[in-house]
Design a protein around this ligand. Structure first.
Ligand SMILES: Nc1ncnc2c1ncn2[C@@H]1O[C@H](COP(=O)(O)OP(=O)(O)OP(=O)(O)O)[C@@H](O)[C@H]1O
Length: 227
């Protein structure tokens, strides 16, 4: 039901050797909301994102997605969940260099066995929505950083995910391109009803969110956005 938390992380703990990355972090994300995760370097933001996405297993605590505890799923079950329900955007280096931008965006659909023509038709629509239709036939090495990130956003959204995890998606861009990527990501997510969990250092990027969560020393605190 709309308004019910979609994704809930509860009392998450995770250490890497002696280093505690998360020390009791809790967070909940509702359907369709854009949440910015902020906080100092090394405070545990990426680890929190990875736990919520089922990429890193917490040492303690639980992650529930639509009521299902991720730890109860098999590795294959978690991979399928990530492919079908989640989308990912990272800072850089996420596009397959040998494929064209169109093929990169079509790839998640091809992995779900969508026929090539249909996958490429839908990929083309998403490239147009992200205002990069003109780079469809180019390889990632032939496009600018901002164009590449818009292609990456198209690829994250093409499967119609319910949650988009974005870790510093604008971190390698200048502020103008960063804001353009964020405006398009937030706009597309609002249109499709996807929730976005966005790690960022930049207040101008966080300004596109509905709500901010601050992570400090492995714990998360929610701040309602004051407009
Ligand atoms: N795979 C790993 N192996 C070892 N230590 C790790 C690993 N991942 C994270 N850490 C450590 O856990 C702590 C939290 O890291 P994390 O990347 O989650 O923080 P962050 O807030 O995202 O940092 P940044 O803003 O610099 O990206 C840091 O001390 C980091 O060095």
């Amino acid at each position: 039901m709309t308004g019910e938390p979609l994704l809930v992380g509860d009392d998450l703990h995770r250490s890497f050797g002696p280093t505690p990355a998360l020390a009791g972090a809790s967070i909940s994300v509702r359907a369709g909301e854009v949440v910015a995760v902020m906080g100092p370097s090394g405070s545990g933001k990426s680890t929190l994102l990875h736990c919520l996405a089922g990429i890193v297993r917490p040492d303690r605590g639980s992650v529930r997605y639509r009521g299902t505890e991720l730890a109860t799923l098999s590795d294959a079950g978690r991979s399928a969940l990530r492919r079908r329900e989640f989308g990912f955007v990272f800072q850089f280096g996420q596009l397959v260099p040998e494929l064209t931008c169109l093929e990169n965006v079509a790839l998640p659909l091809r992995l779900e066995r969508v026929p090539r023509r249909e996958a490429e038709r839908r990929a083309g629509e998403w490239l147009a929505r992200l205002e990069v239709a003109d780079v469809a036939g180019k390889r990632p090495g032939e496009v600018s950083g901002g164009q590449g990130q818009r292609v990456a956003v198209a690829r994250a959204l093409v499967t119609g995910p319910r949650v988009v995890f974005a870790d510093e998606p604008t971190g390698a861009l200048d502020s103008l391109n960063g804001e353009r990527v964020m405006r398009l990501l937030a706009g597309a997510a609002r249109e499709t009803g996807a929730a976005v969990l966005l790690v960022t250092h930049e207040p101008r990027v966080a300004a596109y969110s509905d709500r901010e969560v601050v992570v400090r020393d492995g714990r998360a605190r929610s701040l309602e956005q004051v407009a």
